[in-house]
Each structure stands twice: as C-alpha cells, then as structure tokens.
Design a protein around this ligand. Structure first.
Ligand SMILES: *Cc1c(COP(=O)(O)O)cnc(C)c1O
Ligand code: SF4
Length: 391
C-alpha cells in the first residue's frame, strides 16, 4: 500500500482497506469498533421526524418547525444519542433540531456567502477557492456534513442548498499549483473528512507536491459529531512525519458534546502527528453563560484540544435566535477564562467578516494610559502600573 512506510508506528488494529464493511447495529464502545462504522452512521443519519423520535420526545413546536422547514437538517445517530430526551433547551438539541425562528431574519445578510467569501469580486477563482488573505485560502471540497448545524453561516451552501457552487477539486488543485504565493490551504466544506480515505489522501498528496505549500489545515466537525471517523485508515492518511504538517480545527460548542469517544479520536489524531484545535461559535442559550463557557474550554483542554477561536455569530440569514451582543464573548473571556483558569484555555474572540477575521477583544485590561505609564487591571479588578516607553 502507498505511503505505508510513512506511518510512524504500528498498531494491532486491522487495516480497514481490504476488509469488507460489516452490517451492524451501532456500538459506541471503541473496543468493539466495527469496520467503517462511520459510513454506517452516515447512511443512517437521523433526518426524519420518525427517526428523531427514537432519541427525544419531540415537542409540538419542534414538530411544526420540522414540518415547515425547507432546509436540510439531520445528525449522526451518535450525536443524536447525546441529546437530552426531555429538555428542548438542551445545547446539543438546539444545534440539531430545526426551529421556527429560522424563518425570521432581522440582522442577517441575504446571499451572505457570496458577500462573505468575496465570490463576486474581481479575482477569477474556481468555486472551490475562497480567498481573503494573500498567503492562505479556504478550499471547499464537499458540501455534506455529519450534522447540519442550525447556526451554520454556510447555511446557503450546506443547509439550504440554495447556493449552487461547482466543486471540482482538480480545478481547485490546479489553481493552487499556479498561485505560488499560497503557503497554506484550509481544506473545508461541508466536512472534508466525509470524503473517503483515498480522496483525502489524493488531496493531501497533490497539495504536498507544491513546493510553496507549507501547511495544510482541515476544518472538520467529525471528531465531535462522528468520532468513529478517526479510523486506522484515516490516521494513516493524515499521519506521519512530513515537512508539510497537518493541523485540524474542529468545532465544539458545549462540554456536553465531549465524550470518551471524542477524547480517543483526538488522541489518535495527535499521536498520528495531527495538531487539534477548536473553533467554537458563541450562541445565545447554548454557551453564552459563564458556566458553560468556562466548562467548554476546560474540557477541551482535558481532552488535549487547544481552543483556537471563539467566533461571534456571523450575520448569515435565519440565525438571529442564536445572536448575542458583540461584547458578550469578550466579557465571558474576561470573567471566566483569563486569570480564572489555565491560560492554555484561552481562545481568541473574533468575527469572521468579508475582509477577514477581526479580533473583538476590547481593552478591558488597560485602565488608563498617559505619557509616563499604563495602569493595568487584572481579573480581580486590582491594578498595577507599567512604564510607557517612548518610541
Ligand atoms: C478563516 C479563513 C482563513 C484562516 O484564517 P486564520 O486566521 O489563519 O485562521 C483563511 N481564508 C479564509 C477565506 C477564511 O475564511
Ligand atoms: S459542520 Fe460546519 S459546515 Fe457543516 S453545518 Fe455545521 S457549521 Fe456548517
């Protein structure tokens, strides 16, 4: 098998490539992990009312919203099993089950993705390439996801499917080959880890053939919503020592999403050589209270995921019901993270805009500045001074 020698260690797990998938009931016990269970999970996505009712007691309001929605919705059975059966305000349930508020739109921008990803701009690029920076681009390779997040800002592409883009991966790879100023490629979607191992391997190999590509980053929610995807086959494809490293950012928005299976999947990625970070989305009623926010970041570190970003909810249409005041994220970091818990737990709070990501960290810490000194404030409200050094 190609690249086998690059795999840094041997495990006693079976090599999945030559084994036929077995039809089995879902087992969430990793010891009994069945071959390609993740594909079974995807085939059995929970995306009908009848299926959903096996996991939760659907409320009348939820039932109406499901009947009235034209947008795609659904989740892996695994993630569905983490929902609270009785509580419609359960943080996982709210990310999965459609809401009547999705029909409302006060702050969202129509055709948001075209605007946000500069797809109507001057530079002629394939549909797969979104560009905001000189040295790095987002490369959209698939529009399927493990779950269809109700708060997704790429809704038009993956949830509503009203944006018809043309995903020709080879065309995108050609564009990348010709653009020598690109140092880093963010492979995204949809969820790129839903591609087969072979396709992922192909993309990575093609990217690594370019001398100008210095790193590859994957954006994938699967370590959280479908940790079964981290198979020995995937570890082989993503892993190993290479000059061009692989980073992976996942999305976890609440500590309840983190299970032993996700912890193992992250361990498997890390020990294969893949760095794992998190990009959370700040959402009203899900993680905008102090306890949830702190717990999320502490639990991420407990399972070795480094918090990278917390995003302010983007102005995409139909997601106003998740929107918080802009200051909220900065306040939560001030009141629950900085000084209150490990500095490693601190994400950067940003809004992703059409002109790039912009930090939203107000200067809470600089109380006063004059010609002689700064007066700095800590998390307990105490102050100290620092000399102001002239240029
Ligand atoms: C988010 C994003 C990036 C990566 O930004 P970082 O700050 O490096 O994480 C690159 N390109 C596009 C189009 C993006 O949306
Ligand atoms: S996994 Fe990502 S792209 Fe897919 S629906 Fe959720 S937020 Fe959107």
């Amino acid at each position: 098998m190609k690249n086998q020698q690059q795999y840094p260690f041997k495990t006693n797990e079976m090599n999945i490539h030559n084994v036929k998938p077995k039809q089995t009931a879902f087992k969430f016990d990793r010891e009994n992990l069945e071959i390609e269970e993740w594909q079974e999970q995807m085939k059995n996505q929970v995306d009908t009312l009848e299926e959903l009712e096996k996991y939760i007691n659907v409320t009348d309001e939820e039932r109406d919203a499901i009947r009235n929605t034209t947008a795609k919705w659904g989740t892996t059975p695994y993630f569905a099993s983490l929902m609270d059966r009785e509580d419609p305000n359960d943080p996982i349930r709210k990310q999965v089950v459609p809401s009547k508020y999705e029909k409302e739109n006060r702050y969202g921008i129509e055709n948001y993705l075209i605007f946000k990803e500069n797809r109507s701009g001057k530079e002629d690029r394939p549909d797969t390439i979104a560009r905001q920076y000189r040295d790095r681009i987002a490369f959209t390779v698939v529009n399927k996801c493990g779950i269809y997040c109700r708060h997704c800002f790429r809704k038009e592409l993956v949830v509503d499917e009203t944006l018809d883009l043309h995903f020709n991966v080879d065309e995108g790879l050609d564009w990348i080959r010709e653009h020598k100023e690109i140092r880093e490629v963010l492979v995204t979607g949809g969820d790129p880890l839903l591609l087969t191992d072979d396709k992922i391997e192909y993309i990575i190999q093609k990217l690594r053939e370019n001398p100008h590509i210095e790193m590859i980053r994957f954006g994938s929610r699967l370590p959280v919503v479908l940790p079964q995807r981290v198979t020995s086959g995937l570890k082989r494809v993503l892993g190993g020592y290479h000059k061009v490293p692989i980073w992976l950012n996942t999305q976890c928005n609440h500590a309840k999403e983190i299970t032993e299976l996700t912890a193992r999947a992250v361990w498997d990625l890390l020990t294969s050589g893949v760095n794992v970070g998190n990009q959370a989305v700040l959402m009203k009623g899900i993680n905008d209270d102090e306890k949830s926010f702190q717990e999320l970041h502490q639990t991420l570190l407990n399972i070795r995921i480094r918090p990278y970003y917390v995003f302010y909810l983007e102005p995409a249409p139909g997601i106003d019901h998740f929107r918080t005041p802009v200051e909220k994220g900065a306040e939560l970091i001030r009141d629950t993270i900085r000084g209150h818990t490990s500095g490693l737990a601190q994400p950067m709070y940003v809004i992703a805009t059409n002109i790039g990501k912009i930090p939203l960290m107000p200067d809470y810490y600089i109380q006063e500045k004059n010609e002689k000194e700064y007066i700095l404030k800590n998390h307990r409200g105490e102050t100290t001074t620092l000399p102001n050094i002239p240029q």
